[in-house]
Write a protein that binds this ligand. Structure first.
Ligand code: SIN
Length: 274
């Protein structure tokens, strides 16, 4: 097994390994790389749904996403699907999964079953690198701030966004909860500081006037969306990507109209952040 950086800011590629057969020592090495790089990319895997679930369970309990359509017979597996005649793709904007939960999912494990001939790449951004690169004045300004995250605008009954997804999102009645988390998160496992706000689910900065809150969030987003904090994963069928939701953002590009893209995602439970 060889592990090498995918980019300076985020991600590592794990070569020459079959995730079904990882020894405990190899698993410990992979886990250290996950904490160090925020995302891992394994090529040429060959997983049944049961094997995908078994690998996920080595990381922790599975967090069944209440808004994604589950794979038939496997409620633990969320389908990330776009058919050739559909326009919108799941995850087509910068976000991190589940930040609207009080204990946001630790990580997501995405397995590629059908990839379009070109396009459909996923961008990742590294939140520790983005935080480190802030100037001291900004670090001081945000150090004790908290932000509220929510999901009704994406998954709720009234969401115009959800309605464009032709049944690929479910349970709109279960949307609406919000959660407050620090903007500068000390990672619960690595102790490394990183930014924890995202354009998909962050609603506002707590105890701040709406205009100021929005301006500060936009300033942070403009900083994080610089290419120097990113890695672009170009998918092949059989790829398994996993990312730490407390240390990264991701963005699934929607540039493959007329083609099918189908992946299976499992999310792993996390802990309250604070
Ligand atoms: C997601 O946001 O979980 C989907 C990522 C992808 O399809 O590449």
């Amino acid at each position: 097994m060889e592990i090498s950086k995918a980019s300076e800011a985020v991600g590592a590629v794990v070569d020459n390994v079959d995730v079904r057969g990882l020894s405990d020592d190899q698993f410990a090495e992979v886990r250290n790389a996950f904490l160090a790089h925020g995302a891992l990319f394994f090529r040429d895997q060959n997983l049944t749904p049961e094997e995908h679930i078994a690998f996920a369970r080595r990381w922790g309990a599975i967090d069944v996403n209440r808004f994604f359509k589950g794979r038939k017979g496997y409620p633990e597996i969320a389908e990330v699907l776009k058919e050739p005649d559909q326009q919108l793709n799941i995850g087509g904007g910068w976000h991190t999964d589940h930040s609207y939960d009080a204990a946001p999912a630790m990580g997501s494990i995405l397995y590629a079953l059908e990839i379009p001939p070109t396009g459909g790449d996923t961008l990742f951004a590294g939140m520790a690198a983005a935080y480190e690169a802030l100037d001291d004045a900004m670090k001081e300004r945000i150090k004790d701030l908290k932000a509220r995250h929510g999901n009704a605008h994406i998954f709720g009954e009234e969401s115009a966004y959800r309605k464009g997804f032709e049944g690929r999102y479910t349970n709109p009645d279960q949307a609406g909860q919000t959660a407050v988390h620090p903007i500068v998160l000390t990672h619960p496992d690595s102790g490394v500081k990183g930014l924890y706000v995202n354009p998909g689910f962050t609603l506002e900065i707590v105890d701040m006037e709406p205009q100021e809150s929005s301006a500060l969030l936009q300033e942070l987003y403009a900083h994080i969306t610089q290419d120097r904090f990113h890695h672009r994963h170009i998918w092949r069928e059989g790829d398994l990507a996993m990312w730490d939701n407390r240390a990264t953002w991701h963005y699934a590009l929607n540039d493959y109209q007329g083609h099918r893209r189908y992946l299976n995602r499992i999310t792993i439970e996390g802990v309250p952040l604070g």
